[in-house]
Design a binder for this molecule. Structure first.
Ligand code: NAI
Ligand code: MG
Length: 350
């Protein structure tokens, strides 16, 4: 297993160090090599995604990323901004499937702004298409027409683009509770009528997974009203952008949420859902669990090692049950720890 490790900026190096320790402790045949991405890469080479990093990322089976960005690069020209590095690597690796679990561990039920009984034990997976839809469709632009400004974008999907993301959702559901909810707006948008048709066709390949359909406005409502009705939700790029942010905030704890972005062969980029947290960078207080859980997703999706992924996830549940808390999830009465001590606790639990 060849892993390209990209610590990135801000808290990135601190949280990645803990995930790397956890991976090493599993005693698997893993080769890890580090490279630069983001602001640190701009500073060292002038490019946010330097050639040496591209080479390593292309040759690896998976990429483990911390986070990129920070205020010191905010005024850089567009090509020298850290986010350019992130977009560049996602595009170059063809990562069309974005998997974002929203899990609320029972011990953290008070972290949510929703009532504990609505969200306690929540475990859903949003599968978002990441390289198509209205975000990439042509034509697009702002023009003057008939004497006023006119803005336009184009929503489009080919059936093969829809089918491949649906298959990712069905495959993921097979490893979970065997339910897929496909989200569209077929009552208004033809493009998403095609989405629904292809979802129904693809569903026939997976008779052991229950398929349902929901219009996106209702899905937004149901996520807040009764989120536990869902197992896997699958949708296009724009709806997925919005719903995945909504779903992640049901849990109220950004430091706990991993993510995966996959290509057609399960090569993937794994990263926490949060950013580089410049406000706490270098202080040793960041929560490393989202990154450690991202490493677990890597073992599950790229390396098909469900056993090792499960071991990490069980260890994380155990440290929460033992009362270990970083600042972002701290409640009075719990054991407040920093990044390294949280990593130590996970290693001990492993
Ligand atoms: P952020 O996620 O970095 O921080 C938001 C808040 O959550 C901050 O108060 C931060 O301290 C806290 N937080 C985040 N992760 C945490 C962790 N692991 N443990 C404890 N607390 C944590 O989002 P923000 O502040 O909007 O962005 C900061 C920088 O990160 C910006 O430059 C932004 O562009 C970049 N960013 C990068 C992303 C990526 O690399 N994928 C994603 C989002 C933002
Ligand atoms: Mg978003």
């Amino acid at each position: 297993m060849k892993i390209c490790v990209l610590p990135g900026d801000g808290i990135g190096p601190e949280i990645i160090a803990e995930a790397v320790r956890v991976l090493k402790a599993l005693d698997l045949k893993i080769e890890m090599e580090e490279a630069l991405l983001g602001g640190c890469a701009v500073d060292a080479t002038g490019s946010p995604y330097p050639d040496a990093t591209q080479k390593l990322a292309l040759a690896a089976d998976a990429v483990l990323l911390g986070a990129v960005g920070g205020p010191q690069w905010d005024n850089n020209p567009r090509e020298q901004r850290p986010e350019r590095g992130l977009l560049g690597i996602r595009k170059q690796l063809g990562l069309f499937a974005n998997l974002r679990p929203a899990i609320l561990y029972p011990e953290l039920a008070n972290a949510s702004t929703l009532k504990p009984e609505v969200v306690a034990g929540l475990d859903i997976l949003i599968v978002r298409e990441l390289t198509g839809d209205i975000y990439f469709g042509q034509p697009r632009g702002i023009e003057v027409r008939n004497g006023e400004r006119f803005g336009f974008n184009t929503m489009h999907y080919t059936e093969s683009e829809i089918r491949r993301i649906l298959r990712v959702a069905f495959e993921a559901a097979k490893k979970r509770n065997r339910k897929v909810c496909s989200v569209d707006k077929m009552n208004v948008l033809e493009c998403t009528q095609l989405w629904r048709d292809v979802a129904i066709e693809t569903g026939r390949e997976y008779p052991d997974v229950e398929l349902s359909h929901m219009l996106v406005d209702n899905a937004a409502m149901q996520l807040v009203k009764n989120p536990k009705q869902f197992d896997v939700m699958v949708t296009g790029n724009m709806f997925g952008d919005i719903l995945s942010d909504e779903a992640s905030m049901l849990t109220g704890s950004i430091g706990m949420l991993p993510s995966a972005s996959l290509d057609a062969n399960n090569k993937g980029l794994y990263e926490p859902s949060h950013g580089s947290a410049p406000d706490i960078a270098g202080k040793g207080v960041a929560n490393p669990l989202a990154t450690i859980l991202s490493a677990a997703m890597m073992l599950r999706y790229t390396f098909a090692n469900e056993d090792a992924a499960g071991r990490i996830e069980t260890a994380v549940k155990k440290v929460l049950a033992q009362g270990f808390r970083t600042g972002d999830i701290y409640e009075p009465g719990m054991k407040k720890v920093g990044t390294r001590a949280m990593g130590d606790a996970v290693l001990a639990a492993l």
